[in-house]
Design a protein around this ligand. Structure first.
Ligand SMILES: [Zn+2]
Ligand SMILES: [Zn+2]
Length: 84
């Protein structure tokens, strides 16, 4: 199918978490609005394939927000094959 154009650029973003070669990047706008937990990118720049199979942490399972993407069980990259 089509190639992704340039890397998706977040206007103002913050790296909030690292896992192996992957980083979770969150737009500050989303962070303020709590719209999302951000987007995982591989070291090579490709969007990571994310699986959410882990139980949430104590904070989140109690209805809070720990600020991390704590339910991520596995990250993988279709481009370079990295996993975390
Ligand atoms: Zn959590
Ligand atoms: Zn990669």
């Amino acid at each position: 199918m089509g190639r992704r154009g340039s890397l998706y650029r977040l206007p103002v973003s913050t790296i909030v978490e690292f896992r192996g070669t992957f980083r979770l990047v969150e737009a500050d706008v989303d962070r303020l609005r709590r719209l999302s937990k951000g987007t995982w990118f591989c070291r090579c720049g490709e969007l990571a394939v994310v699986e959410h199979d882990s139980p949430r942490c104590d904070i989140c399972s109690a209805g809070g927000d720990c600020g991390l993407d704590c339910s991520v069980s596995r990250l993988s990259c279709t481009k370079c094959g990295a996993t975390a």
